[in-house]
Design a protein around this ligand. Structure first.
Ligand SMILES: [Zn+2]
Length: 416
Protein backbone atom coordinates (compact mmCIF):
# COMPACT_ATOMS: atom_id res chain seq x y z
CA UNK A 1 0.00 0.00 0.00
CA UNK A 2 1.57 3.33 -0.96
CA UNK A 3 1.62 6.35 1.34
CA UNK A 4 -1.24 8.12 -0.36
CA UNK A 5 -3.68 5.19 -0.32
CA UNK A 6 -2.94 4.52 3.31
CA UNK A 7 -3.60 8.11 4.43
CA UNK A 8 -6.62 8.57 2.18
CA UNK A 9 -8.88 6.27 4.19
CA UNK A 10 -11.82 8.58 4.86
CA UNK A 11 -14.02 8.30 7.92
CA UNK A 12 -17.06 10.56 7.94
CA UNK A 13 -18.58 11.50 11.27
CA UNK A 14 -21.96 11.82 9.66
CA UNK A 15 -23.36 8.98 11.77
CA UNK A 16 -24.08 9.25 15.44
CA UNK A 17 -22.57 5.85 16.24
CA UNK A 18 -19.17 7.29 15.37
CA UNK A 19 -19.26 9.44 18.47
CA UNK A 20 -17.13 8.24 21.33
CA UNK A 21 -19.46 8.09 24.33
CA UNK A 22 -17.04 9.84 26.68
CA UNK A 23 -16.78 12.94 24.51
CA UNK A 24 -18.08 15.87 26.58
CA UNK A 25 -21.28 17.55 25.46
CA UNK A 26 -21.32 21.28 24.81
CA UNK A 27 -23.78 23.17 27.03
CA UNK A 28 -23.31 26.53 25.33
CA UNK A 29 -24.27 29.15 27.95
CA UNK A 30 -23.32 27.11 31.01
CA UNK A 31 -21.44 29.23 33.58
CA UNK A 32 -18.93 26.64 34.81
CA UNK A 33 -16.48 25.99 31.94
CA UNK A 34 -16.18 22.35 32.96
CA UNK A 35 -19.96 21.95 32.63
CA UNK A 36 -19.97 24.02 29.43
CA UNK A 37 -17.46 21.53 28.04
CA UNK A 38 -14.60 21.98 25.58
CA UNK A 39 -15.10 22.47 21.85
CA UNK A 40 -13.43 19.51 20.18
CA UNK A 41 -12.92 19.88 16.45
CA UNK A 42 -10.00 17.51 16.18
CA UNK A 43 -9.31 15.81 12.90
CA UNK A 44 -6.88 13.27 14.32
CA UNK A 45 -9.62 11.21 15.99
CA UNK A 46 -13.01 11.64 14.37
CA UNK A 47 -14.85 9.86 17.20
CA UNK A 48 -13.73 12.56 19.66
CA UNK A 49 -15.38 15.40 17.80
CA UNK A 50 -18.25 17.35 19.31
CA UNK A 51 -18.19 20.13 16.69
CA UNK A 52 -18.44 20.41 12.90
CA UNK A 53 -15.55 21.88 10.89
CA UNK A 54 -12.04 22.39 12.20
CA UNK A 55 -9.70 25.00 13.70
CA UNK A 56 -7.81 27.76 11.84
CA UNK A 57 -10.75 28.99 9.74
CA UNK A 58 -9.82 29.44 6.08
CA UNK A 59 -6.21 28.35 6.78
CA UNK A 60 -7.46 24.79 7.21
CA UNK A 61 -7.01 24.41 3.47
CA UNK A 62 -3.33 25.43 3.64
CA UNK A 63 -2.82 22.92 6.46
CA UNK A 64 -4.29 20.27 4.18
CA UNK A 65 -1.86 21.29 1.43
CA UNK A 66 1.07 21.08 3.88
CA UNK A 67 -0.01 17.55 4.80
CA UNK A 68 -0.58 16.62 1.16
CA UNK A 69 2.91 17.84 0.21
CA UNK A 70 4.48 15.87 3.04
CA UNK A 71 5.69 18.95 4.99
CA UNK A 72 3.35 18.57 7.93
CA UNK A 73 2.84 15.62 10.21
CA UNK A 74 -0.83 14.72 10.16
CA UNK A 75 -0.73 13.55 13.76
CA UNK A 76 0.99 16.67 15.11
CA UNK A 77 -0.32 17.73 18.51
CA UNK A 78 0.42 21.32 19.49
CA UNK A 79 2.75 21.88 22.44
CA UNK A 80 0.87 24.67 24.25
CA UNK A 81 3.48 25.29 26.97
CA UNK A 82 3.90 29.05 27.63
CA UNK A 83 1.28 30.02 25.04
CA UNK A 84 -1.28 31.33 27.56
CA UNK A 85 -2.50 34.93 27.26
CA UNK A 86 -0.58 37.97 28.49
CA UNK A 87 -3.76 39.08 30.30
CA UNK A 88 -6.94 37.28 31.28
CA UNK A 89 -10.23 38.34 29.68
CA UNK A 90 -13.39 37.70 31.72
CA UNK A 91 -15.30 35.71 32.63
CA UNK A 92 -18.06 38.32 32.24
CA UNK A 93 -21.81 37.87 32.97
CA UNK A 94 -22.44 38.42 29.22
CA UNK A 95 -20.75 35.07 28.54
CA UNK A 96 -23.61 33.23 30.24
CA UNK A 97 -26.63 35.22 29.08
CA UNK A 98 -28.67 33.11 26.70
CA UNK A 99 -27.21 33.43 23.19
CA UNK A 100 -25.56 36.79 23.92
CA UNK A 101 -22.40 35.37 22.30
CA UNK A 102 -22.92 32.87 19.47
CA UNK A 103 -20.01 33.37 17.03
CA UNK A 104 -16.96 32.72 19.24
CA UNK A 105 -15.98 30.58 22.22
CA UNK A 106 -15.45 32.87 25.24
CA UNK A 107 -13.42 30.07 26.90
CA UNK A 108 -11.28 29.71 23.77
CA UNK A 109 -8.18 31.27 25.39
CA UNK A 110 -8.24 29.10 28.52
CA UNK A 111 -8.08 25.55 27.25
CA UNK A 112 -5.20 24.50 29.53
CA UNK A 113 -6.78 26.08 32.61
CA UNK A 114 -10.15 24.34 32.34
CA UNK A 115 -9.77 21.25 30.20
CA UNK A 116 -6.36 19.85 31.16
CA UNK A 117 -7.95 16.66 32.55
CA UNK A 118 -9.51 15.86 29.21
CA UNK A 119 -6.33 16.84 27.34
CA UNK A 120 -4.40 14.44 29.58
CA UNK A 121 -6.91 11.71 28.70
CA UNK A 122 -6.00 12.20 25.04
CA UNK A 123 -8.68 14.56 23.76
CA UNK A 124 -7.23 17.02 21.24
CA UNK A 125 -8.64 20.34 22.50
CA UNK A 126 -7.26 23.49 20.92
CA UNK A 127 -7.46 27.21 21.68
CA UNK A 128 -9.66 29.39 19.44
CA UNK A 129 -8.60 32.67 21.11
CA UNK A 130 -5.03 33.92 21.69
CA UNK A 131 -4.00 37.02 23.64
CA UNK A 132 -0.63 38.76 23.28
CA UNK A 133 0.89 42.24 23.34
CA UNK A 134 2.64 44.41 20.75
CA UNK A 135 3.77 47.94 19.84
CA UNK A 136 2.18 49.72 16.89
CA UNK A 137 4.48 51.80 14.66
CA UNK A 138 2.21 53.79 12.38
CA UNK A 139 3.09 56.76 10.11
CA UNK A 140 -0.26 58.49 10.81
CA UNK A 141 0.42 58.28 14.56
CA UNK A 142 3.89 59.83 14.06
CA UNK A 143 2.14 62.61 12.11
CA UNK A 144 -0.42 63.08 14.92
CA UNK A 145 2.49 63.45 17.35
CA UNK A 146 4.27 65.95 15.05
CA UNK A 147 1.04 67.98 14.82
CA UNK A 148 0.66 67.81 18.63
CA UNK A 149 -2.65 65.96 18.54
CA UNK A 150 -0.94 63.18 20.53
CA UNK A 151 1.88 63.40 23.09
CA UNK A 152 4.18 60.51 24.02
CA UNK A 153 3.79 59.67 27.71
CA UNK A 154 6.31 56.85 28.04
CA UNK A 155 3.49 54.43 28.83
CA UNK A 156 0.64 54.15 26.30
CA UNK A 157 2.76 55.99 23.72
CA UNK A 158 6.53 55.51 23.99
CA UNK A 159 8.95 58.38 23.42
CA UNK A 160 9.63 56.86 19.98
CA UNK A 161 5.93 57.24 19.18
CA UNK A 162 4.96 53.55 19.40
CA UNK A 163 1.59 52.62 20.90
CA UNK A 164 1.53 49.81 23.47
CA UNK A 165 -1.42 47.47 22.92
CA UNK A 166 -2.86 44.09 23.85
CA UNK A 167 -4.11 42.13 20.85
CA UNK A 168 -6.55 39.27 20.80
CA UNK A 169 -7.02 36.90 17.84
CA UNK A 170 -10.44 35.29 17.74
CA UNK A 171 -11.39 32.32 15.55
CA UNK A 172 -15.00 31.87 14.53
CA UNK A 173 -16.87 29.26 16.59
CA UNK A 174 -20.57 29.28 15.73
CA UNK A 175 -23.31 27.99 18.00
CA UNK A 176 -25.85 27.13 15.33
CA UNK A 177 -29.09 27.38 17.38
CA UNK A 178 -27.97 30.88 18.49
CA UNK A 179 -27.06 31.91 14.92
CA UNK A 180 -30.49 30.73 13.72
CA UNK A 181 -32.21 32.62 16.52
CA UNK A 182 -30.28 35.83 15.67
CA UNK A 183 -31.28 35.48 11.98
CA UNK A 184 -34.85 34.60 13.02
CA UNK A 185 -34.87 31.42 10.97
CA UNK A 186 -35.27 27.72 11.72
CA UNK A 187 -32.02 25.94 12.69
CA UNK A 188 -32.68 23.14 10.21
CA UNK A 189 -33.13 25.64 7.42
CA UNK A 190 -29.88 27.41 8.40
CA UNK A 191 -28.00 24.09 8.38
CA UNK A 192 -29.43 23.10 5.00
CA UNK A 193 -28.48 26.42 3.37
CA UNK A 194 -24.96 26.42 4.90
CA UNK A 195 -24.48 22.89 3.58
CA UNK A 196 -25.78 23.70 0.10
CA UNK A 197 -24.01 27.04 -0.33
CA UNK A 198 -20.60 25.63 0.64
CA UNK A 199 -20.93 22.99 -2.04
CA UNK A 200 -21.70 20.29 0.51
CA UNK A 201 -18.49 20.96 2.44
CA UNK A 202 -19.80 19.80 5.84
CA UNK A 203 -22.25 16.86 5.55
CA UNK A 204 -22.69 16.86 9.36
CA UNK A 205 -24.65 20.09 9.05
CA UNK A 206 -27.52 18.02 7.71
CA UNK A 207 -26.77 14.55 9.08
CA UNK A 208 -25.80 15.38 12.67
CA UNK A 209 -28.35 17.74 14.26
CA UNK A 210 -26.86 16.68 17.64
CA UNK A 211 -23.66 18.59 16.82
CA UNK A 212 -24.56 22.20 17.58
CA UNK A 213 -21.25 23.96 16.99
CA UNK A 214 -19.61 24.78 13.64
CA UNK A 215 -16.10 26.12 13.12
CA UNK A 216 -16.68 27.76 9.72
CA UNK A 217 -13.88 28.09 7.13
CA UNK A 218 -13.73 31.89 7.34
CA UNK A 219 -11.20 34.44 8.58
CA UNK A 220 -10.54 35.19 12.24
CA UNK A 221 -10.96 38.63 13.82
CA UNK A 222 -8.54 40.69 15.91
CA UNK A 223 -9.13 43.08 18.79
CA UNK A 224 -6.55 45.75 19.61
CA UNK A 225 -6.88 47.05 23.16
CA UNK A 226 -5.48 50.38 24.31
CA UNK A 227 -4.91 50.82 28.05
CA UNK A 228 -5.81 48.25 30.71
CA UNK A 229 -8.10 45.54 29.23
CA UNK A 230 -9.90 45.31 32.60
CA UNK A 231 -11.24 48.84 32.04
CA UNK A 232 -13.24 47.75 28.97
CA UNK A 233 -16.02 46.28 31.10
CA UNK A 234 -16.36 49.26 33.46
CA UNK A 235 -19.15 51.52 32.11
CA UNK A 236 -17.84 54.40 34.23
CA UNK A 237 -14.48 54.45 32.45
CA UNK A 238 -14.45 56.28 29.11
CA UNK A 239 -14.24 53.85 26.19
CA UNK A 240 -13.44 54.71 22.58
CA UNK A 241 -14.27 52.00 20.05
CA UNK A 242 -13.98 51.35 16.34
CA UNK A 243 -15.41 48.16 14.84
CA UNK A 244 -13.64 48.01 11.48
CA UNK A 245 -14.36 45.72 8.56
CA UNK A 246 -11.34 44.70 6.50
CA UNK A 247 -10.47 46.63 3.37
CA UNK A 248 -7.06 45.36 2.35
CA UNK A 249 -6.61 47.84 -0.53
CA UNK A 250 -6.99 50.87 1.70
CA UNK A 251 -5.99 49.49 5.13
CA UNK A 252 -2.64 48.10 3.96
CA UNK A 253 -1.91 49.61 0.55
CA UNK A 254 -3.40 53.10 0.93
CA UNK A 255 -5.72 52.81 -2.08
CA UNK A 256 -7.65 56.10 -2.15
CA UNK A 257 -11.09 55.10 -3.46
CA UNK A 258 -12.47 54.72 0.08
CA UNK A 259 -12.05 56.04 3.60
CA UNK A 260 -11.15 52.76 5.32
CA UNK A 261 -7.52 53.37 6.33
CA UNK A 262 -8.02 57.02 7.32
CA UNK A 263 -11.02 56.01 9.45
CA UNK A 264 -9.08 53.11 11.02
CA UNK A 265 -6.06 55.30 11.80
CA UNK A 266 -8.25 58.01 13.28
CA UNK A 267 -9.92 55.35 15.45
CA UNK A 268 -6.49 54.13 16.62
CA UNK A 269 -5.36 57.71 17.36
CA UNK A 270 -8.48 58.45 19.39
CA UNK A 271 -8.38 55.07 21.20
CA UNK A 272 -4.78 55.82 22.27
CA UNK A 273 -5.76 59.33 23.36
CA UNK A 274 -8.61 57.96 25.50
CA UNK A 275 -6.28 55.41 27.10
CA UNK A 276 -3.80 58.19 27.90
CA UNK A 277 -6.55 59.99 29.81
CA UNK A 278 -7.09 56.89 32.00
CA UNK A 279 -9.83 55.47 29.78
CA UNK A 280 -9.67 52.54 27.40
CA UNK A 281 -9.78 51.98 23.68
CA UNK A 282 -10.63 49.03 21.47
CA UNK A 283 -10.38 48.58 17.72
CA UNK A 284 -11.76 45.31 16.42
CA UNK A 285 -10.74 44.24 12.95
CA UNK A 286 -13.23 41.94 11.23
CA UNK A 287 -12.13 39.92 8.19
CA UNK A 288 -15.12 40.91 6.07
CA UNK A 289 -13.41 42.21 2.95
CA UNK A 290 -15.57 44.21 0.54
CA UNK A 291 -18.65 44.18 2.78
CA UNK A 292 -18.08 40.43 3.11
CA UNK A 293 -18.58 40.01 -0.64
CA UNK A 294 -14.85 39.58 -1.30
CA UNK A 295 -12.25 41.55 -3.19
CA UNK A 296 -13.02 40.19 -6.66
CA UNK A 297 -16.61 41.43 -6.37
CA UNK A 298 -15.34 44.73 -4.98
CA UNK A 299 -12.96 45.40 -7.88
CA UNK A 300 -15.65 44.45 -10.41
CA UNK A 301 -17.89 47.03 -8.76
CA UNK A 302 -15.13 49.68 -8.94
CA UNK A 303 -14.83 49.11 -12.70
CA UNK A 304 -18.59 49.14 -13.21
CA UNK A 305 -18.85 52.38 -11.22
CA UNK A 306 -16.14 54.09 -13.22
CA UNK A 307 -17.31 52.86 -16.64
CA UNK A 308 -21.01 53.59 -16.23
CA UNK A 309 -22.58 56.44 -18.17
CA UNK A 310 -21.79 59.70 -16.38
CA UNK A 311 -18.82 58.12 -14.55
CA UNK A 312 -18.46 57.25 -10.86
CA UNK A 313 -21.09 59.28 -9.06
CA UNK A 314 -22.42 59.16 -5.51
CA UNK A 315 -26.04 58.65 -6.62
CA UNK A 316 -25.18 55.24 -8.11
CA UNK A 317 -22.71 54.07 -5.45
CA UNK A 318 -24.87 51.40 -3.79
CA UNK A 319 -26.76 50.54 -6.97
CA UNK A 320 -23.65 49.27 -8.77
CA UNK A 321 -22.75 46.95 -5.87
CA UNK A 322 -26.21 45.45 -5.91
CA UNK A 323 -26.05 44.91 -9.69
CA UNK A 324 -22.82 42.90 -9.42
CA UNK A 325 -23.18 41.14 -6.08
CA UNK A 326 -26.93 40.72 -5.69
CA UNK A 327 -26.85 42.48 -2.32
CA UNK A 328 -25.42 45.80 -1.15
CA UNK A 329 -23.87 44.35 1.99
CA UNK A 330 -23.34 40.83 3.38
CA UNK A 331 -21.62 41.64 6.66
CA UNK A 332 -24.42 40.73 9.09
CA UNK A 333 -23.53 43.25 11.77
CA UNK A 334 -25.97 41.43 14.11
CA UNK A 335 -23.07 39.11 15.02
CA UNK A 336 -20.39 41.79 15.44
CA UNK A 337 -21.40 42.78 19.04
CA UNK A 338 -20.52 39.24 20.23
CA UNK A 339 -16.89 40.31 20.37
CA UNK A 340 -17.78 43.42 22.41
CA UNK A 341 -19.68 41.19 24.85
CA UNK A 342 -16.64 38.90 25.11
CA UNK A 343 -14.79 41.84 26.66
CA UNK A 344 -17.77 42.59 28.92
CA UNK A 345 -18.39 45.98 27.29
CA UNK A 346 -21.57 47.65 28.58
CA UNK A 347 -21.04 51.21 27.40
CA UNK A 348 -19.16 52.76 24.48
CA UNK A 349 -18.61 56.45 25.17
CA UNK A 350 -17.18 57.23 21.71
CA UNK A 351 -18.16 55.03 18.77
CA UNK A 352 -16.13 55.68 15.63
CA UNK A 353 -18.53 54.58 12.93
CA UNK A 354 -20.97 56.14 10.49
CA UNK A 355 -22.78 52.85 9.93
CA UNK A 356 -26.32 52.64 11.23
CA UNK A 357 -26.20 48.87 10.82
CA UNK A 358 -23.27 48.71 13.24
CA UNK A 359 -24.84 51.20 15.64
CA UNK A 360 -28.22 49.43 15.64
CA UNK A 361 -26.60 46.03 16.16
CA UNK A 362 -24.56 47.30 19.12
CA UNK A 363 -27.45 49.11 20.80
CA UNK A 364 -29.92 46.27 20.14
CA UNK A 365 -27.49 43.87 21.80
CA UNK A 366 -27.78 45.87 25.02
CA UNK A 367 -24.66 48.06 24.85
CA UNK A 368 -25.15 51.77 25.49
CA UNK A 369 -23.55 54.18 22.99
CA UNK A 370 -22.69 57.77 23.90
CA UNK A 371 -21.12 59.85 21.11
CA UNK A 372 -21.07 58.72 17.50
CA UNK A 373 -18.14 60.06 15.52
CA UNK A 374 -18.02 60.35 11.74
CA UNK A 375 -14.70 60.70 9.93
CA UNK A 376 -13.38 64.29 9.91
CA UNK A 377 -13.68 65.91 6.44
CA UNK A 378 -9.95 66.56 6.09
CA UNK A 379 -9.23 62.80 6.32
CA UNK A 380 -11.41 61.86 3.32
CA UNK A 381 -9.30 61.23 0.16
CA UNK A 382 -10.54 63.02 -3.01
CA UNK A 383 -11.55 59.83 -4.84
CA UNK A 384 -13.47 58.66 -1.76
CA UNK A 385 -15.89 61.61 -1.84
CA UNK A 386 -18.26 59.43 -3.89
CA UNK A 387 -18.40 56.82 -1.11
CA UNK A 388 -18.75 59.26 1.74
CA UNK A 389 -21.45 61.41 0.12
CA UNK A 390 -23.42 58.32 -0.97
CA UNK A 391 -23.25 56.94 2.57
CA UNK A 392 -24.34 60.22 4.13
CA UNK A 393 -27.27 60.49 1.74
CA UNK A 394 -28.23 56.87 2.45
CA UNK A 395 -28.64 57.73 6.11
CA UNK A 396 -25.24 56.82 7.53
CA UNK A 397 -24.45 58.82 10.64
CA UNK A 398 -22.64 62.14 10.09
CA UNK A 399 -21.98 65.36 11.97
CA UNK A 400 -22.32 67.23 8.65
CA UNK A 401 -25.40 68.73 7.08
CA UNK A 402 -26.70 66.23 4.52
CA UNK A 403 -27.35 67.49 1.00
CA UNK A 404 -28.55 64.70 -1.29
CA UNK A 405 -29.76 66.94 -4.10
CA UNK A 406 -26.51 66.90 -6.08
CA UNK A 407 -25.26 63.34 -5.65
CA UNK A 408 -24.86 62.94 -9.40
CA UNK A 409 -22.32 65.81 -9.27
CA UNK A 410 -20.11 64.12 -6.64
CA UNK A 411 -17.79 62.37 -9.03
CA UNK A 412 -14.75 60.10 -8.68
CA UNK A 413 -11.71 59.73 -10.91
CA UNK A 414 -12.19 58.07 -14.30
CA UNK A 415 -10.23 54.95 -15.27
CA UNK A 416 -6.99 55.86 -17.12
ZN1 LIG B 1 -12.21 50.55 1.77
Amino acid sequence: MDKFTKSSHVVLTSHREHVFKEVPRINWNEEDPKKRGPIIATISNKSHRNAIGTHSGSYTVYRALSIASGHFQKEHKPDLKDTHGTVRIGPHPSWFEKNRIVTMDPWGAEINEHFSDQIDKGLDIRPSVAITQARLKIPEIQEAIAKKRLTPDGNIISKEGDIKITKVAIEPVWFLPGIAERLKIDEGELRKILFQETGGMFPELVTRPDLKVLLPPIGSNTAYIFGDPKNLSNPNIELTCRVHDECNGSDVFGSDICTCRPYLMWGIEDAARTAQKGGAGIVIYFRKEGRALGEVTKFLVYNARKRQEGGDTADKYFYRTECVAGVVDARFQEFMPDHLHYFGIKKIHNLHSMSNMKYDAIVNSGIEVGNRLSIPKELVPDDAQVEIEAKKAAGYFTDDKVDDTNLDKVKGRDLD
